[in-house]
Design a protein around this ligand. Sequence first.
Ligand code: GLC
Length: 745
Amino acid sequence: MRLHALFIGLAWLAAAPAEAQVTPAYLDETIPVEERIEDVLNRMTTEEKVAIIHAQSKFSSAGVPRLGLPEIWTTDGPHGIRPEVFWDQWDQAGWTNDSCVAFPALTCLAATWNPEMARLYGKSIGEEARYRKKDVILGPGVNIYRTPLNGRNFEYMGEDPYLAARMVVPYIRGVQENGVATCVKHFALNNHEVNRHNTNVVVDDRALYEIYLPAFKAAVQEGGTWAIMGAYNLYKGQHACHNKYLLNDILKKEWGFDGVVISDWGGTHHTMEAIQNGLDLEFGTWTNGLAGGAKKAYDNYHLALPYLRLIREGKVGTDELNDKARRVLRLMFRTTLNPHRPLGSMLSEAHYDAARRIAEEGIVLLQNKGGLLPIDLSRVKKIAVIGENAIKMMTVGGGSSSLKVQHECTPLDGIRRRVADSVEVVFARGYVGDVSGEYNGVTTGQDLRDDRTPDVLRDEAVRTATQADYVIFFGGLNKSAGQDCEDADRAGLSLPYGQDSLIAALAKANKNLIVVNVSGNAVAMPWADDVPAIMQVWFLGSEAGNAIAAVLTGDVPPSGKLPFTFPAKLEDVAAHSLNAYTGERKRGIVDIEYKESIFVGYRWADKHTDKEPLFPFGHGLSYTTFDYGKPRVDAKSMFPDGKVTVSVRVKNTGKRTGQETVQLYVSDKKASLPRPVKELKGFQKVTLAPGEEKEVSFIVTREALSFFDDRKHAWVAEPGTFEALIGASATDIRGRVAFTLKTDD
Ligand code: GLC
């Protein structure tokens, strides 16, 4: 009997169709993923390897259909998931199911000084990307704020490398837990927009390693980002998208980056450099990032047929090709080939809640003379809301981070919704700035046209102001060209559209004036002494109005702190004081020397105390007050492999619950090379009820004491005396305590 059964079994097996599907080994999860990557690589032809290392459409790259490897889809941007575009165009494709939640711009996230908000941000935007079947988010950006004129500072995380590093890591982890890659950008030294394709940055190693690289290094080594985007500019004469120094030497060798280097769109200019200098996935060639280019040009990309020809002609080997393809395959296994990815979600209440919470925590109360804020609605009959930025949608425009939102609550909407029928809210336009509302075919639907003259508009605004209990002016910038926008810088520090004189007139008309500045950059405020309350809000996204109204009325206490210095005037900024920036568009390579070296932002201001900032780095008021005790150390000295714990008690001495971000700066009292007076090396945001007191502690290790010694090409911490400074901002130092670093025991 058994023999009979065996015969039948063998017969069945012999008859089994040859194409019986078995899971290919490279999808067998019992095999280590790196072995599976090698397995796939060995199965691929040279043509297939070349096919996966360059774009096949505006935002996607090819898979390998023969092996069942899916395409990779990328999407902008750092603040929300961009609408679908046509296969080979920038313009949106007009889908009806691709609206998104717009989260606040990343300057707002940095201004929260709260890594939990960064994690929430990454998780939420990662869910939206996953649901939209996107495998790579083209962001976040962490380029350092070197000039307040940079059109894209609103997409970045401020002037300090430590703050940017601490905030980018949780964002990355939050996104990537969805099986979606972040593509941290723009690596590196993309610190202004004018001449962005032809600027060759000349910078010393100290500034490169101490200021411009740390956030990227943290993104790689702590955040584990699966992709990095090369910048448009050049460094040492090579475009950053194929730069031996930045990509091969630093990113991949020194830092051990195992992910994919993606070019910026139109950032690839040279075939052999693209092959040899670390570029892994070429996108957007034939376009300068935002303009039209050759259609269906993908086979002409540098890493396409030109590369294949060089290989076939024996002019280049395949080592670089295998490394590129291996990295792209690794990205696939982390995303499209990951069967355990969550499903994602979109437009959920949780995402709107996250957008609102991040916005609320990022709003910075710059000034509040006489405690004018919060507005006590029980004692107010009429509020005048004035200014175009109270009604203008800000989610459309600004460049590649432009979005098509499901909805956006404007400041006027938010205030009206919050006060309901209890208070009369009247509006006056005040000025006409930018009436457009379109980008890549996405329109806001707003008709902001207003043909009245500036004088008529101003007279109406002043008249409206005189008749109200409170006046809230919404001004600032608006992401139109030259007003915080990609591919253009601002012409100066001043507000546009005659806002300064209008604000001065409103200050005369009503003493209860609150100025709410909407921008991603510092602006000049010549009227600051005449305005009791000033609030810095960012481009806050879908929940802008609700967040602003909550803070204005005290539902939520303001807790944001500036992620960059507000200079009193442009000449107080290092890059401008040293004539180390040009706003002039030029042809050919434009060398820009970062003459200030490491002295950027407060690091510069601390060395030039005659140039008092208007508002310092780390500044932000609350609706309560905080008292700091004397900082203490648990030991007066430490060995290089040891640590010192700095502690300080903080007490809420006011009548309202509030959040305070306690900042730790470290000062090296004697070093063999120039160092800043102090540098941010820790921060903690604490919530305190009235009268409540908490102890905040910081662990200081050698890393916090080190500087990059370009003579040795190494980080060094020199023995000697250091000071820990505890502050509520870079200039509001509440206490300091010394300790020493001993030599090696
Ligand atoms: C743009 C930007 C980059 C963006 C890319 C795709 O030019 O520089 O940040 O992700 O092209 O839109």
